[in-house]
Ligand binder design. Structure first.
Ligand code: AMP
Ligand code: MN
Ligand code: MN
Ligand code: MN
Length: 289
C-alpha cells in the first residue's frame, strides 16, 4: 500500500472499460495509456465484470500507477438503467462474484433478441456480427452491436447508431431488468468497497425520481457520486456537484473511456473536482494497490 501524498492535486481516473466488457483495449493497454495521460490513481470499471482486475493490478504496478479495484454495475431503478461504480472492494468476495454473475446472466438472451429485432428492421446478421467484437463471452453489450452496424455501413459511427438504434423506441432496443439498487450497493460495500453513482446527469429521471435515487442510494450505504465524468457537460458537472453537496456525498472523477475511436475524453484528461468537495479516494487510501 502506498499513501496518497497530496489528495487535491491527484489526477484520478476512476472509470473506464476494457475488452473484458465493452472497451476496445486490454487492461495492459489502458494502463500504458493512463500513464501517458498523467493519471496517478486509476481504476478499471468494466460493466458487471471483474475478470480484468488481476491484469489491471499487475499493469498498474508495471507502469507505477496507484490502483483501486473497480466495477460498474447495471441497475434498474424507476424503470431506468442506472450505473453504480464500485471502488476498492475485494475481488475475491464470493457474494460480489455471484451478484455480478447473476447480473450478467440475461445479456445472452437479450442480445439474441436484439439481433432478431434488427433483422426485422432490415439488418440481418447483427447478433453474429456483434459477436465478432466480443472478447469476453460472458459480456455482450450494445457497443458490440454498434460496432457491427458501423462495419456494415448502416451508420457512420457509434454515436449515430445510438441516435438511430438500440435505444428506447428505436429498432434493436430490448428492455432489460438489471440488478436492484440495494443489492448492487450491498455487494460493493460488503466486499469492502465504496459505491458511487456513475454519470448521474445522464439518466432521464424526473426530479422526484432523482431525489428518490439519491436518498435510497444513501440509505443503502452508497457514499459517492461521479461529479466529473467524460460524458458530462459543464452544466452537468455543476448539477452533480450540487447533488454531492445536498446529499453529503463524496465526489468521484472518471473519463468513462471505452477506446480511442469512440471516446471523446481520454484517460486522465478531465477537469479537477470542485475544491469544496471531498474526493471519494480520501476514504480509500487503505485499498490502494
Ligand atoms: P448495455 O450495458 O449493453 O446496455 O450497453 C451500455 C453501454 O452502451 C454504455 O456503457 C455505453 O458504453 C454505450 N452507450 C449507451 N448509450 C450510448 C450513447 N448514446 N452513445 C454511445 N455509447 C452509448
Ligand atoms: Mn460501456
Ligand atoms: Mn455507464
Ligand atoms: Mn462506463
Amino acid at each position: 500500500m502506498r499513501k496518497i501524498v497530496s489528495v487535491s492535486c491527484l489526477n484520478a481516473d476512476l472509470h473506464c472499460h476494457s475488452v473484458h466488457s465493452d472497451g476496445t483495449l486490454t487492461p495492459a493497454e489502458l494502463a500504458a495509456r493512463a500513464r501517458a495521460g498523467g493519471v496517478d490513481l486509476w481504476s478499471l470499471t468494466d460493466h458487471d465484470e471483474i475478470g480484468g482486475q488481476a491484469d489491471a493490478i499487475a499493469a498498474a504496478r508495471t507502469h507505477g500507477l496507484r490502483y483501486l479495484t473497480g466495477v460498474e454495475i447495471s441497475v434498474t431503478f424507476a424503470d431506468t438503467t442506472v450505473h453504480i461504480v464500485g471502488l476498492g472492494f475485494d475481488p475475491a468476495d464470493t457474494r460480489l462474484g455471484q451478484g455480478l454473475a447473476d447480473t450478467r446472466d440475461g445479456r445472452g438472451p437479450r442480445a439474441v433478441e436484439m439481433g432478431q429485432q434488427l433483422a426485422q428492421a432490415g439488418i440481418p446478421g447483427a447478433y453474429e456480427g456483434a459477436l465478432k467484437y466480443v472478447s469476453n463471452p460472458r459480456l455482450i453489450a450494445r457497443p458490440h452491436f454498434a460496432r457491427f452496424l458501423v462495419e456494415a455501413g448502416v451508420c457512420h459511427d457509434v454515436s449515430e447508431v445510438f441516435r438511430k438504434y438500440l435505444t428506447e423506441g428505436k429498432p434493436g432496443y430490448v428492455p432489460h431488468r438489471w440488478a436492484r439498487l440495494g443489492d448492487a450497493v450491498k455487494w460493493i460495500t460488503q466486499s469492502g468497497g465504496v459505491a458511487v453513482i456513475a454519470h448521474p446527469a445522464r439518466y432521464k429521471l424526473t426530479p422526484t425520481e432523482e431525489y428518490a435515487l439519491l436518498s435510497e442510494f444513501r440509505q443503502h450505504g452508497g457514499l459517492g457520486v461521479e461529479v466529473i465524468s467524460g460524458t458530462h457537460s459543464g452544466q452537468d458537472t455543476r448539477r452533480c456537484a450540487e447533488m454531492a453537496r445536498e446529499f453529503g456525498l463524496l465526489a468521484s472523477r472518471g473519463s468513462d473511456f471505452h477506446g480511442p475511436a469512440e471516446s471523446h475524453v481520454d484517460l486522465g484528461q478531465l477537469p479537477p473536482l470542485p475544491g469544496d468537495l471531498t474526493p471519494v479516494w480520501s476514504l480509500l487510501e487503505a485499498k490502494i494497490h
